[in-house]
Design a protein around this ligand. Structure first.
Ligand SMILES: Cc1cc2nc3c(=O)[nH]c(=O)nc-3n(C[C@H](O)[C@H](O)[C@H](O)COP(=O)(O)OP(=O)(O)OC[C@H]3O[C@@H](n4cnc5c(N)ncnc54)[C@H](O)[C@@H]3O)c2cc1C
Length: 236
């Protein structure tokens, strides 16, 4: 097995909402798997005897136990995601990596804005775990767009960070809220303008589908932001 090829087994899995699962893997045979928060793996599988690869962001910061998490949206017709859907504790996956440059900028003491939709939250959860693994006093915004309230992945974790760190602002926003929701509504773009227009010099990390990233980038650029102040990861 070359250095960048790894095997891991599934330690545990749970639904995070009806279409999304959170997976916790353990790298096998004591192999060391080093990565930076925000990077992704390339999963290698043969669902019907034909080899395919799919990128998945690592949803956790590096841990001492050499484990890592994935957060995957299950597409019923999707070859890789439906294969993952049926994975049971003890089952193995093969992957290569880590890959990608969607990682925290240094120094991280400036204002940071994280903007995600759906499972685009995965690499951002990893970066936030890293940021808050030590005292972090700078202003941080998390603007997270999903359809409905149960889709707010890792909600308790982000609410806990907000409780413990006055500089952390968690803005979940629903595009199709049920009656009774009193929080933010609409697309993330609206809240980017609302909360970030008067902030100067922040770095924005944006993750999700291409359309949202293009719209948010355009909004930020019209607010005077330089391309260099934006990092993004497109899932499609
Ligand atoms: C860098 C990177 C990181 C990624 N990280 C994650 C992650 O952390 N979690 C995650 O869930 N996904 C992630 N993705 C998307 C993932 O790689 C796959 O594209 C996705 O799981 C679908 O693969 P599949 O084999 O199940 O579907 P396929 O068999 O490839 O496609 C099935 C059908 O679904 C459509 N489709 C494909 N992707 C999407 C989509 N995202 N939304 C809606 N329809 C789609 C296709 O057009 C096709 O019609 C990431 C993508 C990239 C590029």
């Amino acid at each position: 097995m070359s250095l960048s090829h790894h095997e891991a087994f599934l330690r545990s899995v749970r639904y995070t909402n009806e279409r999304t699962k959170h997976f916790e893997f353990q790298v096998s045979n004591g192999h060391r798997f080093d990565f930076q928060p925000g990077q992704f793996i390339s999963l290698e599988l043969e669902p019907n005897g034909k080899k395919i690869r799919r990128p998945y962001s690592i949803a956790s910061a590096p841990r001492a136990d050499n484990g890592f998490d994935l957060c995957v949206n299950i597409l019923p017709e999707g070859r890789a995601s439906s294969w993952l859907f049926h994975l049971k504790p003890g089952d193995a996956i093969r992957f290569s990596g880590p890959f990608g440059f969607f990682t925290l900028r240094e120094p991280s003491d400036a204002v940071s804005a994280f903007i995600a939709t759906g499972t685009g939250i995965a690499p951002i959860r990893a970066m936030l775990q890293q940021l808050y693994s030590r005292p972090h006093h700078s202003e941080v915004w998390l603007i997270f767009g999903v359809r409905k309230e149960p889709d707010i992945l890792y909600r308790e974790e982000f609410e806990k960070i907000a409780e413990e760190h006055p500089g952390f602002h968690f803005v979940p926003t629903l595009s199709r809220p049920d009656p009774g929701w009193t929080g933010h509504t609409g697309y993330v773009q609206r809240h980017v303008v609302r909360y970030l227009a008067d902030k100067k010099g922040f770095h924005a990390y944006i993750c999700g589908l291409r359309k949202m990233i293009d719209d948010v980038s355009q909004e930020l650029r019209s607010m005077g932001y330089d391309r260099k102040a934006l990092s993004y990861e497109k899932y499609d």
